[in-house]
Design a binder for this molecule. Structure first.
Ligand code: FES
Ligand code: FES
Length: 158
């Protein structure tokens, strides 16, 4: 049994039919075609599937797709601005904060959620903000520094 679902996806309206038990990660990847949220654990333990719903951080693997009805869903795709990198993406590149890159979309979304609500975070607040995101490669230090750099770049631009 499929149910109709409409929501905004990175600023664009989408309409689809989903199973009542389909999670948002599956709907985004298999039906919307947005492969940026990643499937890591499927159990809420890794943060690879992180998205913003109405500006708040959510784990798409634990979110029923139907709960996105009428809401705004943002994924890593929303950070794109033509050929220009988002300050967070630039900082991750400059700091070599991605190695295999599997955690990176979730890390960037968690970091965006933090900087949107707190443009001037402390190191402790950065660590807390990405505490739900597992990275097996970087040791986290470069990621933390990149997020602090991006916050500084945003302040300099303001
Ligand atoms: S895939 Fe959603 S938290 Fe791991
Ligand atoms: S860069 Fe490989 S898991 Fe984070």
């Amino acid at each position: 049994m499929k149910v109709p679902l409409q929501f905004r996806h990175n600023g664009r309206d989408v309409a689809l039919f989903v199973g009542a038990g389909t999670n948002l990660l599956t709907a985004l990847r298999d039906q919307v075609g947005d492969m940026t949220p990643k499937f890591g654990c499927g159990q809420g333990g890794c943060g690879a599937c992180s998205v913003l719903i109405d500006g708040e951080l959510h784990l798409a693997c634990l979110t029923l797709a139907v709960s996105a009805e009428g809401r705004s869903v943002e994924t890593l795709e929303s950070l794109k601005d033509g050929p220009r990198l988002h300050p967070l993406q630039q900082a991750f590149m400059d700091r070599f904060a991605a190695q295999c890159g599997y955690c990176t979309p979730g890390m960037l979304i968690a970091a965006k959620a933090l900087l949107d609500r707190n443009p001037n975070p402390s190191r402790t607040e950065v660590v807390e903000a990405i505490s739900g995101n597992i990275c097996r490669c970087t040791g986290y230090e470069a990621i933390i520094e990149a997020i602090l750099d991006a916050a500084g770049a945003n302040r300099a631009r303001a």
